[in-house]
Design a binder for this molecule. Structure first.
Ligand code: FE2
Length: 215
């Protein structure tokens, strides 16, 4: 078996009792929500949470928010394609094109919209990071970037060249903006290489990032 990538900042963080209680609740709820029905997705979610936490500690981002967002980011992946689209309609999430075309982008936004009602104690930045983990944005916060990147590089992901390139940047402690850019544009490149539909909003973000990086 190929060796699993593992990266750790080596920094340990002591969470407050209140934070620990919330994180334990989230992990228990995630387990109830998908451990049996989607064991791979469950393992991925925990792995993203751990990777996001380690990146947060290395980049001076709140590790509690990174962990919470990582645990919950794929909550709506237990829903079918149709259910995800129904939920997006219910929460008035409209990307301006047919739902069918952007269905894979919806689960982050629907999860953020519905879970904020379930966990009102979690800070709002957690919901933004979850909402943005599929599509990205041109004005990502450090937390948004940590969650987005962690989703793409967590150790359970196959070590394909694009992922290895982003992991290497993380290991080298490159700038978070550069790591996010690497992860984002390689995602765009993948969509083009596999000749899939590229959402115009993604292209807008790509262009905005290209111009911002030239400034
Ligand atoms: Fe994910």
């Amino acid at each position: 078996m190929a060796e699993m990538w593992s990266w750790k900042s080596g920094v340990k963080h002591k969470y407050s009792k209140a934070e620990r209680t919330i994180l334990e609740t989230l992990e228990r709820d995630l387990s109830k929500h998908m451990e049996k029905s989607k064991p791979g997705r469950y393992a991925h979610s925990l792995s993203v949470a751990r990777t996001a936490e380690q990146m947060a500690l290395a980049y001076d981002v709140d590790p509690f928010c990174a962990l919470a967002a990582g645990v919950l980011h794929d909550w709506d992946k237990v829903l079918s394609r149709e259910q995800q689209i129904e939920k997006a309609k219910e929460y008035r999430i409209d990307l301006g094109v047919s739902y069918d075309l952007v269905q894979p982008l919806l689960h982050g936004m629907t999860a953020a919209a519905s879970l904020r009602e379930v966990y009102p104690k979690l800070p709002t930045q957690v919901w933004q990071a979850i909402a943005r983990h599929t599509l990205g944005a041109a004005d990502m916060t450090p937390l948004d970037m940590v969650v987005f990147v962690a989703d793409g590089i967590e150790p359970r992901r196959k070590s394909v060249p694009a992922i290895v390139a982003t992991r290497t940047l993380v290991e080298e402690h490159a700038k978070l903006d550069d790591i996010y850019w690497s992860s984002f544009y390689q995602g765009v490149a993948y969509v083009v290489e596999t000749q899939r539909y590229l959402y115009p909003g993604t292209l807008d973000i790509y262009n905005e990032l290209v111009l911002a990086r030239k400034r």
